[in-house]
Design a protein around this ligand. Structure first.
Ligand code: GLP
Length: 241
């Protein structure tokens, strides 16, 4: 595990974008595992800026997003498909056919999840996985559990996650209770994993996840044993470590 200390959110975002950009420059047909949440938005903004001035090209890239709310159509303004288009895909040149997000509109969880595993495997796995960190230690939507779930699966969101994400919805009742998420196996098989954490409210979970025992009760803790895991945090998020 490598920890990179950034000054603030902007500095952390720039560092993350630099790593993603380097990955795409070194391997133009890279498979990028992408994340939603507020944490990666700044990195996407840098990548869009660098794409527009011709410094990075996504025309051969494949993207595989981590997760999607179950039951939300793509067109819902809180679906992760919508989020990714608004914050990234609409502004760069990843071909539509290379963009993958779990199909939240498929009510058959088993079919939706197996199909997603096939997509990941047919792509040859992930070259780089970008992650944020949930307040309860979740990655993607891998919530605290008794075991690590390996493949893509349907999860019941925890109360902490529903509360954290209600800020994006009109009310807490509108937050979907379930999601489809990539599992721990595919995240851990990514050749490189980059996590961005910023803000004082993440300090405690950063300490628990990366300086405590590896446990499925804190899913992110498994990253301690990933061979190429980079944690990029601002001073606040890293203040307890
Ligand atoms: C959501 C996403 C995660 C994300 C987490 C943290 O629940 N499923 O992928 O990492 O929230 O979000 P934020 O970056 O807004 O703190």
């Amino acid at each position: 595990m490598k920890i990179i200390k950034a000054k603030d959110y902007d500095d952390a975002s720039k560092k993350v974008a630099n790593i993603i950009s380097a990955q795409v420059i070194m391997k133009p047909d890279a498979v990028l595992g992408l994340a939603t949440g507020s944490s990666p938005i700044g990195a996407y903004e840098y990548l869009i800026k660098w794409f527009k001035r011709g410094d990075v090209d996504f025309s051969e890239v494949t993207t595989i997003n981590l997760d999607e709310y179950r039951g939300l159509p793509k067109t819902h303004d809180q679906s992760y498909w919508y989020f990714m288009h608004k914050n990234f895909f609409d502004h760069v040149n990843v071909p539509d056919k290379n963009i993958n997000v779990p199909d939240g509109s498929n009510p058959d969880a088993e079919v939706a999840c197996r199909k997603y595993d096939e997509i990941i495997e047919n792509a040859g796995g992930l070259d780089l996985q970008l992650l944020g960190l949930g307040l309860d230690g979740h990655i993607g939507f891998n919530e605290p559990a008794d075991t690590f779930v390996l493949g893509t699966h349907c999860v019941d969101l925890t109360e902490s996650t529903i509360e954290a994400n209600q800020r994006f919805f009109a009310s807490k009742d509108e937050v979907p209770r379930q999601a489809y998420t990539m599992g721990i196996k595919h995240i851990m098989q990514a050749k490189k994993v980059v996590m961005i954490v910023t803000g004082a409210n993440k300090a405690e979970i950063v300490k628990e996840a990366f300086f405590g025992p590896v446990t499925p009760q804190i899913p992110a803790s498994i990253l301690q044993i990933h061979p190429d895991f980079i944690l990029i945090g601002d001073e606040e998020a890293l203040s307890l470590v």
